[in-house]
Design a protein around this ligand. Sequence first.
Ligand code: TEU
Ligand code: CA
Length: 536
Amino acid sequence: AKKEPWWKKAVIYQIYPKSFQDSNGDGIGDLPGIISRLDYLEGLGIDAIWLCPVYKSPGVDNGYDISDYEAIDPNYGTMADMEKLIAEAGKRGIRIVMDLVVNHTSDQHPWFVEARKNVDSPEHDYYVWAKEKPNDLRSSFSGSAWEFDQEIGQYYLHIFAKQQPDLNWTNPKLRQKVYDLMNFWIDKGIGGFRMDVIDLIGKEPEKGITGNGPKLHDYLKEMHEKTFGDRDFLTVGETWGATLDNAPLYSDPDRKELSMVFQFEFTELDKQQGKEKWDTKPVDCGELKSVLAKWQKLDFNHSWNSLFWNNHDLPRIVSRFGNDQDKRVVSAKMLAILLHGLRGTPYIYQGEEIGMTNCPVSKIDEVEDIEARRMYDERLAKGEKAEDILKSINAQGRDNARTPMQWNASHDAGFTSGQAWLRVNPNFSKINVQAALNDPGSIYYCYKALIKLRHQHSVLTDGSFTLLDTQDQVMAYYRENAEEKWLIVCNLTGAEQRFTLKDQVAKVLLSNQDSLDELKEGKLAPYAAYLLQVEK
Ligand code: TEU
Ligand code: CA
């Protein structure tokens, strides 16, 4: 039989380098800092690190604006540090998955510098230009996606900030340049790529098409063939436009494109319909359940999905769908068990494993993030009240989930000996890694147990999924393969709920409750979660 790729049983840990660990007191996390925390990650048990961009960058979008793909940004260290990280992680059985940002570059990238100087240069056609403004396409960071360039007298496309000009994937020379830079990193021994907004590369912006363009899958097939195709490599596409129907197009192994997708359907659940992410509403438990259950219907022999609750673009999950006040620990564990019981490859965002919470801001000066700042300016100009905009930022802003990792109760949470680039969440004296390691009942040990279960029991990877018919506030499901049958029962709410247990419990594998007594009486305490092996 064919050997299963390693990433099917893996759990990936996402590091946002700017906020993980500073080693030299400049207040910015760096590669030596990450290396110094590898033992911690080995202890947690993860298989790979998704490392957000560390390439040379002016930092307009914290590294998602790259000016040299084959150099490390001096804020983060040197190429030697990067090679050491790959080697040291490797010794601990941890692979490094790099962030590949090739929908756009920085406007400081030598290609763009040349492109805007010289219409006749080959580089000019690496980007997307128009003599007249083609349409009203909007940038994800507010305002028009077309910027008029004075020097050259033409508009260029930027789906993100104007300092992030979009690459023209219809140009075969440009595509080859991208494959070359990918091979540069593959040859250094990395374990995979997380591909930033990869579903945009087939864009036809003059027609208003950005996501899922007609050539997208041709490009991915070509990329597979010219780069990672013959390796045991993880590739995950950041695909905001992924649906149950098109996910197999990316991830069916026979199509030779990517390993899996990130799909974002659950992030729509607390958004008012037809509005922006900033316009929130309370999530409906029934809808949450049906989105999670729906994605379990994927044909996992011909596609693959990832499992995640948060990342550097999304609010912290315990603040979003749980309770980050008096029920923080129990609700964080419930959300962990709910997600990690599902089929797919789980991702943990740094700090999630200790139940870090969104860090609120009280004025716009405390926000660095370009997305939130531009939205703030735009809405203020439209006459919205600062107070209301800040409320949206506190619910959905990216910086609120990007505050430094909380390691211990000392100065700046042990993140830096200097002053952190972004204010550390003041709750660090209570919520930190050291406290979590010292407490057998902490969220950390729940995550650690879930990772171990995934490594040891293939039912999590290959078992079927069946949703039980319950009230909306409760999500209960079976996972079953030839060897075992598991039952996962979660109370999604902070109120007590009812659930009728019909199975014979063989073993309690994990729970955030002390015993099965209440469950056996048909009661679920607030945010109760049980992961049980039951008789088949
Ligand atoms: O994110 C893509 C993306 O669409 C997000 O910017 C999204 O619009 C928003 O943050 C969440 O609602 C990727 C990266 O993950 C993000 O950090 C970058 O800013 C962006 O691409 C541009 O490279
Ligand atoms: Ca530093």
